[in-house]
Ligand binder design. Structure first.
Ligand code: NAD
Length: 259
């Protein structure tokens, strides 16, 4: 693995447009469960209960959704960036990051110090709530406070529409601007590094493919195999945090030697 870390570090030093693509596996070391690992979200909940059409279907299903969303929000709110998030923020400080495209909704890239203009949140953010009718935004903690008072599924103060965390559920439309930006940046990348994603959730999982089709080098850092492994130029099958930290340390060493 040391050889792979050195190889990826060298590619980072030599590349100008570097895109990082992250998934839930990056945040497991911060105590936020991913979807598909043992003990992950799908071991505890039925994926169908997260479906957007089901959310729209009835007051009862919205109440159930908010119950599950509240349980998932608590560890997310307390979570701190881990070595992996910090290493990605360090890449930005080194001038080595075009952008981070993240499927995560936990806000940890921003907490780690990446600038908002460098972070594309493809699946939205759990730190905000949005009215599905008039799009008014609310702070998540304000809505959690309302839920604690036991008033059932929350509704909009202005129009009475249903409120939902500002995340993209299964069956819900992707944000147009972020999706277009993600595919554009990926297609212009020289190097795209996937960290902690099973690469099975579409259309997000097509972002690394778009980079590769436009001749970027593709690196995958993930504990389990992914459907894109066969097109990857390097695969690091290790923990996201320490692997990224080791890569960025190596990058810094090489930059210092060149100076
Ligand atoms: P996923 O659950 O499908 O896959 C996570 C992958 O990460 C797995 O392949 C696993 O092997 C790997 N992994 C787990 N811990 C790891 C570690 N410490 N080091 C290296 N690899 C590790 O997640 P996904 O691909 O991101 O897609 C699922 C959807 O989950 C996304 O749309 C995302 O919005 C949502 N999600 C987000 C969060 C979050 O914001 N933190 C949490 C759960 C789910």
């Amino acid at each position: 693995m040391a050889g792979e870390i050195e190889k990826v570090a060298e590619w980072i030093v030599c590349s100008k447009r570097i895109v990082v693509f992250t998934g839930a596996g990056l945040s497991t070391e911060s105590g936020i469960p991913d979807f598909r690992s043992p003990g992950g979200v799908w071991d505890r909940y039925n994926p169908e209960d997260f479906d957007f059409q089901r959310f729209l279907a009835s007051e009862r299903s919205r109440e159930k959704y908010w119950q599950m969303a509240t349980e998932m929000y608590e560890p997310m709110k307390k979570a701190k960036p881990n070595l992996g998030h910090l290493a990605i923020a360090e890449l930005e400080r080194l001038g080595k990051l075009d952008c981070v495209i993240t499927q995560n909704v936990d806000g940890l890239h921003l907490k780690a110090g990446n600038s908002p203009e460098k972070v594309i949140e493809l699946h939205g953010t759990a730190l905000s709530v949005m009215c599905l009718h008039c799009r008014k935004r609310y702070d998540r903690d304000e809505i959690q406070e309302r839920l604690r008072s036991g008033l059932g599924a929350p509704t909009c103060d202005d129009c009475g529409g249903p409120l939902k965390p500002a995340t993209v559920s299964f069956g819900q439309a992707m944000p147009e601007k972020e999706t277009a930006e993600a595919f554009l940046r990926a297609s212009l990348a020289e190097l795209l590094i996937v960290i902690g994603s099973s690469l099975v959730v579409q259309p997000a999982a097509s972002v690394p493919v778009a980079a590769k089709q436009n001749r970027a080098k593709l690196v995958i850092i993930n504990r389990d195999p992914t459907p894109c492994d066969r097109i990857a130029d390097a695969i690091i099958r290790g923990p996201a945090g320490s692997s990224m930290a080791a890569i960025v340390e190596e990058v810094k060493k090489r930059i210092a030697q060149e100076a």
